[in-house]
Design a protein around this ligand. Structure first.
Ligand code: ZN
Length: 265
């Protein structure tokens, strides 16, 4: 346990840096720019930012959320994505789970952790993009599918049939609703996202993810209606809710299944 804990500060700082990169990926996908590791610019005045402007989170606090050069406000999205990326990165190190092996000196610890970091990064981009623009970019979805196929099939030697069945189960459930409602209940992006999440999870955990997402969706809807922020008919993007359900299922899905069946035994 001690060995895992000493990684926390390092992984947290790494998460802030990755979060900063993910913000620039979101910006570049939205503006149809190439995703390269060049210097970032202020979205308002186009001034190339210095290295000290790019220190995640802290620069936002010191500059009081304004650009150093044009004084225009910087979106809260930037520090929030940085902070949440860092927190989600350290989550499997601090919270007990069976996903990550205990011994950090085993090669499979690093294989699982790299896989987690890559998948989480892809899903954070999808989360923010869907929440902000009501759209899930295909590019980033395909990147997620590529990563999960490479890791699961080549490295982890997972049973491919379980993964494919998960993808089919998850996406066909949405495809059915998409066709039935002619795209009113659910978007085509959710169908594709379902295929990605289902492939990562396999069929059993896909069911947990679906169940949790509808539960979270219901809680959020009731909350918003009581606060009179939204009406029943107004659109809440389903992608971010699916992704929250995914994180829980990915890390603790098997424990949830065990807990559920123990209720009836
Ligand atoms: Zn500026």
């Amino acid at each position: 346990m001690m060995t895992k804990l000493f990684l926390i500060p390092i992984v947290f700082i790494f998460g802030l840096l990755v979060g900063s990169f993910l913000n620039s990926v979101i910006y570049r996908i939205k503006n149809n720019q190439k995703i390269v590791f060049d210097r970032s610019k202020c979205p308002h005045c186009g001034h190339t930012l210095n290295w000290f402007d790019l220190i995640p989170f802290l620069s936002f606090v010191f500059l009081k959320g304004k650009c150093r050069y044009c004084q225009k406000p910087i979106s809260w999205q930037y520090p929030l994505v940085e902070l949440f990326t860092a927190l989600i990165f350290i989550l499997p190190l601090v919270a007990p789970n069976n996903f990550l092996p205990h011994n950090i000196f085993l090669p499979n610890f690093w294989q699982f952790f790299c896989y987690y970091i890559l998948i989480v990064s892809v899903l954070i981009v999808i989360f923010v993009f869907d929440l902000k623009y009501y759209l899930i970019p295909d590019k980033i979805l395909f990147l997620g599918i590529l990563i999960s196929v490479l890791f699961n099939v080549l490295l982890f030697r997972e049973a491919l049939i379980n993964k494919i069945f998960g993808a089919l189960l998850f996406s066909s459930f949405f495809l059915f609703q998409y066709l039935l409602s002619k795209g009113k209940w659910i978007g085509l992006g959710d169908v594709k996202l379902g295929a990605l999440l289902g492939f990562i999870l396999g069929w059993k955990l896909s069911l947990v993810n679906l169940f949790l997402s509808y539960l979270i969706g219901a809680i959020i809807s009731i909350g918003l209606i009581t606060l009179k922020k939204k009406t029943l008919k107004s659109e809440i993007p389903f992608g971010p809710i699916l992704i929250i359900g995914f994180f829980v299922s990915f890390l603790w899905g098997n424990e949830i299944i065990l807990w559920y069946f123990n209720l009836f035994s």
